[in-house]
Design a protein around this ligand. Structure first.
Ligand SMILES: Cc1cc2nc3c(=O)[nH]c(=O)nc-3n(C[C@H](O)[C@H](O)[C@H](O)COP(=O)(O)OP(=O)(O)OC[C@H]3O[C@@H](n4cnc5c(N)ncnc54)[C@H](O)[C@@H]3O)c2cc1C
Length: 391
């Protein structure tokens, strides 16, 4: 029986050791053990990646006991947060201090280290992914050396390490730039798909967060608009599709039904056309698809492996229920994404390798040099990472 399995149930593994460290020093000891026994090492967050990034038969670090806020820097609205802290727990810890994350994705159960490692993002054309708010990182390299990266002293190192899939080492804590706690007013609207497409730009620009889910079967869109507000729930009329509350409670959803997902980031200007092509292809070749296609916006940032590296971005996600055939659907979508210069979400399903990724990321080779320097023996590689970085 598998000792570790991801949320979607499509990846599992039986590591020789599963280690739950409470201190950095324990990780250092186990890294030395890994070198002595020539074992591979991976780190598990909350297991919400669909790609086999975490799987190992060597040593698996589960950082769930390395959690909580290590230190507030109140004068700068910043906090050092341990990497095993879930985004949900972080929201609840920040709120009493009057602080919040600038944005969140669709769920909040990810561990901070896992969310940063794959470039996890929410929606909003002025809002970058979570890792762009990281102004410091503590990383243990394969040789056990602690590297502390800071925006002011090592901006390039930070750009490399913000989104690094655990390929540079074990991230033990991150300094996160926060914002004053804020409330959001969420409005959800159902619209015919064609009607929404004619006014997409205006709607994207009108809300701090805008996204839509397109339901292929009935061809309607569920559009979500979220705006900061000073109002409270009591100010709302009794409208079914409206909510007001603190950002960390309004932004995330609960996803109980298991699915598989492919997501690509395309240049923002190509987003609407790319979506139209995906919609046409699903209509003609996958008319029975029940799961929605999600359309979000993402501000550019500088992390070398961010899917929004140096370009304004639209992300488009295709879902299929667990156990249902997804191969042809995902292959069709991936071909369309490729035509638009799409970059795959690191945690979601795709078929890219080191060669194709090198063409998508201008700083890919710089990342590779640092990875080889910090992990010369490939201690943090597993088959999935080898395909991404060594093929
Ligand atoms: C239901 C669902 C909804 C989702 N919604 C969104 C969304 O809205 N937006 C979005 O962008 N993505 C979304 N995702 C994808 C998800 O955010 C990413 O896959 C994310 O990486 C998962 O975080 P995790 O803690 O589960 O990490 P894991 O999947 O456990 O790990 C991810 C990667 O990070 C590495 N890692 C984890 N912790 C550390 C550490 N401390 N040091 C070094 N490496 C580490 C792992 O080795 C692995 O390579 C969703 C996924 C699911 C299943």
């Amino acid at each position: 029986m598998a000792a570790w399995q991801n949320w979607a149930g499509n990846v599992d593994c039986v590591p020789q050791h599963i280690v739950r460290p409470e201190h950095e020093s324990e990780i250092v000891e186990w890294l030395a053990q890994a070198a002595d026994d020539d074992l591979g090492v991976r780190v598990a967050g909350s297991g919400h990646s669909f790609m086999p990034l975490v799987a190992t038969d060597g040593i698996l670090f589960d950082l769930s006991s390395l959690s909580g806020i290590a230190r507030f820097e109140h004068d700068a609205n910043r906090a050092w947060v341990r990497a095993g802290t879930t985004l949900h727990a972080l929201g609840e810890l920040l709120h009493p201090a009057g602080l919040a994350l600038q944005n969140l994705g669709d769920i909040d159960v990810q561990a901070l280290g896992g969310a940063l490692g794959t470039g996890t993002h929410g929606t909003g054309s002025t809002l970058p992914n979570l890792s762009a708010r990281v102004s410091g990182l503590r990383i243990l390299r394969a040789d056990g050396q602690l590297v502390v990266l800071r925006e002011d002293t090592d901006p390039d190192g930070l750009r490399a390490a913000r989104v690094s899939l655990g390929a540079l080492g074990v991230v033990t804590a991150a300094r996160i730039d926060l914002v004053p706690a804020y409330r959001l007013h969420e409005r959800v609207e159902r619209l015919p798909m064609d009607a929404l497409l004619t006014e997409l730009d205006e709607r994207v620009a009108a809300s701090r967060h805008f996204e839509f889910f397109w339901y292929p079967g009935r061809d309607f869109a569920e559009a979500k608009h979220l705006q900061p507000t000073e109002a409270s729930e009591n100010d709302l009329p009794d409208v079914k599709y409206e909510r007001i509350g603190w950002s960390h409670r309004i932004l995330p959803s609960v996803r109980d039904d298991r699915f598989l997902e492919m997501e690509y980031s395309v240049p923002a200007a190509a987003g609407p056309d790319c979506f139209r092509e995906i919609r046409a292809r699903i209509g003609s070749h996958h008319p029975d698809l029940q799961w929605p296609v999600e359309y979000r916006t993402l501000h550019s940032d500088e992390a070398w492996l961010s899917t929004a590296h140096a370009r304004e971005t639209v992300t488009i996600s295709i879902h299929q229920g667990q156990g249902l055939p997804h191969e042809a659907l995902f292959a069709d979508a991936e071909a369309i994404f490729a035509e638009h210069g799409g970059r795959p979400h690191w945690g979601k399903m795709h078929t890219q390798n080191a060669q194709s990724l090198g063409a998508l990321y201008p700083r890919f080779e710089a990342f590779q040099s640092l990875r080889r320097e910090w992990d010369p023996d490939g201690r943090f590689m597993n088959p999935a990472l080898r395909r991404l970085f060594e093929a």
